[in-house]
Design a protein around this ligand. Structure first.
Ligand code: NAP
Ligand code: G4F
Length: 324
């Protein structure tokens, strides 16, 4: 039986990846940092099937103990300060977790067992002010936030450990992927939650920032399969993963509000607090390399994703509303 160790198990992707790997018969070790409260919400339903272990990306010793104790076959590094907006307020923490944290984990693998296969959660935010449309594995990076800068470091240190120490280290350059488990601060979930609240009479407005930003949005459940596929190849590599379509925040609003019979213009308010010091205006992937090598393609369409998220928030809020 293969053992997979996932950092960031309590996050959106960690929960979907754990479900996926359990179905593939892996023993799953989920890494959590210490918290004063429980952060199990997204993995509650699989807690009896996985092993939870404590470590922090800031702390080298905790990572060494982890890898020595569990001797995983594959490590998926999903842990990060993942909210771009917060990275301007916490640039040093973001750099420490998202950049140096990757080196800490790779160093641990190098010393404890260099045969371990390693996946790094890189990001389309590395393309930032895009130098080419669409973006592929060869598109130059131009990050536009401390988050993006830290992810460029994480990507390149992964490539360097591959080339310097022959570690099977792959970097997945994933475009935005969403789900009903997305954090409430990200724009898609903020909209689906806002739409549901307005529809149920719990709110009468939704404050947003730049409605013209365009993103290549897919479903997280589809994207975790690509992470696994990257570690099943004969050689490590970098892969762009996305849908190849782009849509604006405004379009997401239109579809989400329209789905429940409302017009977004009546409820969405432009709020300067939601604008960023520097914006990434347009992201659109060219995932042809992944389609060719990995045989991967997304399954859930943009419209299906929007509806899935609105339905889930309506159900969640209706349940809380009427059971209280
Ligand atoms: P997420 O929901 O924010 O999850 C992040 C995870 O990292 C959480 O489990 C969090 O733990 C953990 N974490 C944060 N700081 C840590 C630390 N110091 N030590 C240990 N764990 C720590 O993010 P996601 O959407 O699942 O994304 C997963 C990864 O993919 C991230 O690296 C993200 O940057 C990257 N990525 C995401 C997307 C996307 O569209 N979702 C696209 C490209 C790349 P707590 O629960 O305790 O906070
Ligand atoms: O949903 P967002 O916060 O995601 P963003 O910045 O694209 O980052 C996400 O995707 C990256 C992959 O490209 C990941 F690496 C990263 O970890 C994260 O998962 O914002 C999307 C867009 C931005 O252009 C933002 O300015 O939506 C715009 N936006 C407009 N109003 C808003 C809002 N974003 C948020 N969060 N909140 C708003 O009110």
């Amino acid at each position: 039986m293969k053992t997979a160790l996932i950092t960031g198990i309590t996050g959106q992707d960690g929960s979907y990846l754990a479900e996926f790997l359990l179905k593939k018969n892996y023993k799953v070790i989920g890494v959590m940092r210490r918290s004063s409260t429980t952060t199990h919400e997204r993995i509650e339903h699989i807690l009896d099937k996985i092993t939870l272990a404590q470590a922090d990306m800031h702390d080298q010793g905790s990572l060494i103990n982890l890898i020595e104790e569990y001797q995983p076959t594959e490590v998926y590094n999903l842990a990060a300060q993942s909210f771009v907006h917060s990275s301007w307020n916490q640039p040093i923490l973001t750099g420490d977790v998202n950049a140096l944290g990757v080196t800490r984990l790779l160093e641990t693998i190098r010393y404890v067992n260099p045969k371990i296969r390693f996946y790094q959660a890189s990001s389309s935010e590395m393309f930032g002010k895009v130098q080419e449309i669409p973006q592929n594995e060869k598109t130059p990076f131009y990050p536009r936030s401390p988050y993006g800068v830290a992810k460029v470091y994480g990507h390149w240190i992964t490539v360097n450990y591959r080339e310097s120490f022959n570690i099977f280290a792959s970097s997945g350059i994933l475009f935005n992927h969403e789900s009903p488990r997305r954090g409430l601060e990200f724009v898609t979930r903020k909209i689906s939650d806002g739409v549901a609240r307005i529809k149920l009479g719990l709110s009468d407005r939704l404050n947003l920032g730049n409605l013209d930003a365009q993103r290549d949005w897919g479903f997280a459940g589809d994207f975790v399969e690509a992470m696994w596929l990257m570690l099943q190849q004969s050689e490590p590599n970098n892969y762009v993963i996305g849908t190849g379509e782009t849509h604006s925040v405004r379009e997401f609003c239109e579809i989400a509000f329209d789905y429940v019979g409302l017009e977004y213009e009546k409820y969405v308010i432009n709020d300067e607090h939601n604008f960023r010091p520097a914006e990434v205006d347009l992201l659109i992937s060219d995932p042809s390399q992944a389609m060719k090598d990995l045989g991967w393609k997304y399954k859930v369409s943009f419209k299906e994703l929007v509806k899935m998220m609105v339905d889930a928030d309506l159900n969640r809020l209706e349940y809380h509303h009427y059971s209280n």
